[in-house]
Design a protein around this ligand. Sequence first.
Ligand code: AGP
Length: 612
Amino acid sequence: MCGIVGYIGNREASGILLDGLHRLEYRGYDSAGLAVVDGKQIKRVRVQGKVAALASKLKQEPLSGSSGIAHTRWATHGAPSEANAHPHCDDKGRVYVVHNGIVENYAPLKQELQQEGHVFSSETDTEVIAHLISKFLDENTPLELAVKKVLKLIKGTYALLVIAVAEPGKIVAARQSSPLRLGVGQDEFIIASDASAIANYTKQLITLGDGEVAVITRAGYTISELHGEVDLDKDIEEIDWNLDEAGKGDFPHYMLKEIFEQPEAIKNSLRGRLLVEDGQAVLGGLRQVEDRLRKIKRLHLIACGTAYHAALVGEYMLEEYANVPTEVCVASEFRYRKAILDPETEAVLVISQSGETADTLAAVKEAKEKGLLTLGIVNVVGSSIAQATEAGIYNHVGPEIGVASTKAFTSQLTVLALLTLFLGRQRNMSLVIGKRIAEELKALPLKIEKILAGSQLISQLAKKYVRVNNFYYVGRKYNYPIALEGALKLKEISYIHAEGAPAGELKHGPLAMIDSNFPALFIIPQDSVYEKNVSNLEEVRTRGAKLLAIATAGDNRLAGLADEVLYIPKTLEMLTPILSVVPLQLLAYQLAISLDRDVDKPRNLAKSVTVE
Ligand code: AGP
């Protein structure tokens, strides 16, 4: 979490840094700050709160200078406050640091420094880095060497930018497990946690790798390894999306924009990958491992949060249609389980929108350690997980900024369906079934457009239910994970308590909670478990609960059973989650708006979870 950005060039730095922080704010937003090199001094402004508060403070206390560093924070060590906001500096004001990550051994290092007389002014782990660099920096030790010395002492994760009074024309940057990208412009450089803070100024990007250190001056940059001295020759990539895609356009929130982008996003995920007549999926990212995949007897799907819910749907798809035994595990548990894995016949597939989620990345490392083939479904091109996995499939849905994942989720489901087709056709799936899946996949964008066209109805519904404090979301088979996802969406942006449950489990406990103030929302398309679901719905109805249902268009029976029914177009059972989740995203959004919540930046959360 946390967003960092640095600038060095010939323009005023503070405006560019502030613009970068605005674009990175989805990564953390409890405090913000920047430090600018002004001649021979470094000046700093920090606030508790959002980047807008920093912008107002900068109007009162403008900073002038053409290089600097900035940070927007998601607190780990030390509560959100001005004193804990970055940039941090040592007690002599010589070195300023912004950091994304965690210094795990900061406590003993801090204790040692305090014994030597260093005085700390924050509760953060980051401050030790500034003190240590200042301690090592002298006439014979340039900033980059002092930084390298410190990085060899600290344990943990970091994306780090450092400036020093003694070397005003230089930014030193380093990365270990937290993303950092260098934008190479015309006589100027911008270095940031992600490309959205850079794309306004240059499309030329270098992704720093783990254990790499960059030294950036107005004249150019060098990149070397932490333990080496030789300069690396890194490739420059071109950003293939424009900033409009990362802006809100005419929408009041990123989340709403991203919900409405889903038809286009799914088209992009499918583009060039479907051979409808052959009932085949073409997945270029898996070509190099195609033969190994033929031999796979078990697949482990690993992810966190919303991506984990996608994995749960994937399990149903892969087992039912591709005949591949599949297991799903939350990434934070996988690394601590003693999973029984066979490197000859099993593979790990991780799913991550950001490609930076610490637990998911750790699971990839663990699986590689065990000798397993590692695959990824990732949205952010060039992200840590994309680089760490041996092969994979990109979502290609453009930047997802809203903390609540929406278009990435439906794309993950789409890609899992493509993978099912791909693996299924390698195995027993017939041409007829393959064609059917391919045809239905192709038809999805139009069907989602139909659901979105009815969004007005959902906003009226939200007004009716806005005073409700608890919801059950209930589903079965393919739509059980959608019950979990619908409940997660509601919780994270509206702060209304919601639980997802498998329909068959209600009578094993949850039913005790049901009364007229505790509504249940059934996801109940006309599929192979429809009748069972209707019986469960009846059980809840008998106990006096208000009932909402997501049903297949034309299902008049449900109109007589539930208080409210939202309809989705008919599709193949395995693809119903891609449709049924859309009204749930809209419902969560509308309820959150009615409660005046900050939907794009819900409290206590951040978009990219780069800590364990
Ligand atoms: C989704 O709405 C969440 N905010 C969160 O659960 C997210 O899906 C999870 O943190 C995983 O992120 P990733 O896909 O970037 O790995």
